[in-house]
Design a protein around this ligand. Sequence first.
Ligand SMILES: NC(=O)c1ccc[n+]([C@@H]2O[C@H](COP(=O)([O-])OP(=O)(O)OC[C@H]3O[C@@H](n4cnc5c(N)ncnc54)[C@H](O)[C@@H]3O)[C@@H](O)[C@H]2O)c1
Length: 350
Amino acid sequence: MIKMGIIGFGFMGHEHANMLATLPEIALRAVCDVVPDQLVDAPEGVETYLSADELLAKADVDTVILSIPNDIHLEMVEKAAKAGKNILLEKPAAMNVDQFDKMVEIVKSAGVHMTVHQQRRWDVDYATMKEVLAQGLVGKPYLVKSQLYGFNGNMHDWHIYPEKGGGMLYDWGVHLIDQIIWMTDERPVSVYADMKNVINANVDDYFKIIFEYASGLTAEIELGTYYLTPKRAWFIGGTTGSAVIDGTFRAQGNTEGQIVRTRHLLESVPGRLTMTSAGPTRSFGEPEPGLLYTEPLPDVHTVHRDFFVHYIAAREGREPDAVTLEQVRYILTVMEAVRQSAATHQAVQL
Ligand SMILES: NC(=O)c1ccc[n+]([C@@H]2O[C@H](COP(=O)([O-])OP(=O)(O)OC[C@H]3O[C@@H](n4cnc5c(N)ncnc54)[C@H](O)[C@@H]3O)[C@@H](O)[C@H]2O)c1
């Protein structure tokens, strides 16, 4: 039985408490927040504390979830490790690689376990598209695209302050990069990135990131918080088909997709001329009826709770960590390369 405490009982702290209630192997014993109002709906029977130091000193917990703003992850890891607690740290683990290296040194010398909550590896749209690649369902892939467009624009609370670790690269970027990097066995050789502050004065709210791979694959991530056409989608283009999935965040039924194949490629060049509303074209007219056909995507079932199922298995020694410190460090190095590329308008070798 893991005896858990949660430090930082805001949005994510509450999400964690709800999730832990579904896991008999973890007992939530204590929660802490510096804002008393955040503690008023703490689950019954769970101790509440107004300071992390007090929770760490008094609560009967062996592990803590750290769900506090990004700028205090390092100091909180240090406190928790010194108190001998295992750590489940929220993403982004650290603001930079240097901070993360300090954390790893601290947890290693304290002899405590630490991993990071990258639960979006268990997003069903992502896991389905990863399976498309694993099964070679579109042949040799030339393009993987991950898109996330929102309509709200404004970021909230501490996310609007760069010094607190605000901005979308730290917020969603770390998930989207983590997903695309672990989608294939190959690591990219270079990255090019464009980052913008579209309607937020001080933090990024748009980015496009392009990874190039030695195999010829290109992977692209585009996120915009002020795209008035909300959408979450993936596209994979390969030599034997295209796979698409629409995972747009709706209240219900949020994934639809397919693999599209062609019965034959253009057989002669120049191709057949088609007249379209945009004028004559040999390449981009409508397909002749029956040329394209679809197949279902693989049937993949994952939920974020699976992160915790694997977490528990790793803590019980039945599996290695699903999210390793080496992986987390690599993603942070990629994020630094993304910022460097955006600042210099140059591709950065990885
Ligand atoms: N994995 C995910 O999908 C996901 C989603 C959202 C947020 N997060 C991460 O979770 C962390 C928290 O984000 P959030 O959206 O829950 O923020 P939040 O502002 O809703 O909650 C943070 C809480 O920490 C409290 N806090 C601040 N300083 C503290 C301290 N010294 N001791 C104790 N409590 C303190 C705040 O009062 C607040 O209630 C961030 O690292 C964020 O990136 C992860």
